[in-house]
Design a protein around this ligand. Sequence first.
Ligand code: GDP
Ligand code: GDP
Length: 501
Amino acid sequence: MTDGWLSIDGEDGDLDTPEFNEVDTDVDDVEDDAALELALAAARAEFGEFDEDLADLTEKNNTEGWPVLAIVGRPNVGKSTLVNRIIGRREAVVEDFPGVTRDRVTYEADWNGKRFILIDTGGWDRKVKGMAAAIAAQAERAINDADAVAFVVDATVGATDTDEAVVEVLRKSGKPVILVANKADDALLEMEATSLWSLGLGEPYPVSAQHGRGSGDLLDQIVKVLPEEGKGRMRGVGPRRVALLGKPNVGKSSLLNAMAGSERVVVDSVAGTTVDPVDELVQLKEKWWWFVDTAGIRRRAKEASGHEYYATLRTTAALDRAEVALILVDSSEPISEQDVRIISMAEEAGRAIVIAYNKWDLTDEERRHYLEREIERDLVQVPWAPHVNVSAKTGRHIERLEVAIEAALAGWETRVSTGRLNQFLASIVQSNPHPIRGGKQPRILFGAQVATSPPTFALFTTGFLEAGYRRFIERRLREEYGFDGTPIRIMMRVREKRSRK
Ligand code: GDP
Ligand code: GDP
């Protein structure tokens, strides 16, 4: 089996994989069973043995409990280069949502069969003021969610003041730290890297992320310090996690107060550090919820209004840690680019989404008329997101938010059995076949839902499915199975011409 998932650079994975029978192939009735057998036979005929490939994909999309490594360091030290070196670029898969891989902060990696999650804290704008403090704060956030940290230093520069500030944070965290001396491109630089012992973080690992030098030793060390069971998306454990998002002044603090009243607990997420409390445990009508990154919204809002850039970073960080995004839009003003951007970020991050149109008390009939037009025009990409028209000020419909959040999470975690899915796919292929292109008609042979949260589908096809057709499939999936409040991912693998050996 050498064909890869349709990927940008065509590289193939070499992961060791479990057997196919570990993939969920529940079948609910005889009819589903028959559809599944047919689809499996068709796919095997065209793809040969594809079971391992599918099992691998399923495994890769379920990262619960994987250990987490945070990559931390100043701008320009080579963090992104190191991330690419570690993940080997094997994960770029054609997906229906452009930008999914572009803005991602977390990646899946493996070394000698040990899988782990990478959190990249990169993407810094060099011109932003207050850099050292911002980097230290960002590092703190990443460290909270990690089992170990790779701290990257530029070996050609040595330790700077900013590096020292991050070292403080790392020490206090008590997490295992691996000191990476990057850009050690030759033996001389490798020698010089030993001066980084002075940082007090133990042995520096000289690496050239660009050329690969030393990366094997580094990876050996990484998998050595990572625990077996890690913090990878600890779903289903404790209260669910909500990111409360929206542009400044939209009413986030007001809404949180109105929802929670006094039933909220601010928790210091890292004991013994100077970290700002970031998450709040909030009791709504039915249950407790984690509102991530909300403590200090008011204080930070000021800072954010001047710095769109920081606002974006914080939104990314909150999304990364949340399961569902509760996004506030000011209904009394025209929908802005910033509103649309926040919603797109949540969608691209693959989170469940609920939209709250706040300040409803300020709208009149005319405004509501225009709002409807704006929603049709600007928010077409998320027609599936439940919305509630609320007022943090009067309390209007606030009790409906929890219900909407629950519904979105349910959609996010919906799983369709492989039998049902193939029955469904067979029926739509029959009733609405793909348009003929160049004398050929791409067909879907087999499909499986390889993940939930968000629902992710892998399709095995005889030809490239156009974006329009994939959107059609998504629409039909939604009609059939719900998926309220959640993005859907569709990946496909196209049968290649099999070479005769
Ligand atoms: P980040 O800002 O920390 O993510 O850094 P990047 O990964 O974007 O790298 C910053 C610059 O350093 C780029 O021009 C890279 O090509 C370069 N770079 C990264 N790793 C190495 C390395 O191992 N050796 C050398 N010489 N340059 C490197
Ligand atoms: P944040 O920056 O998103 O946290 O927004 P705030 O909660 O600080 O609210 C910004 C301003 O909008 C404050 O003056 C609030 O009193 C006001 N505000 C918030 N929600 C509502 C609402 O539902 N109706 C009205 N009329 N004003 C609101």
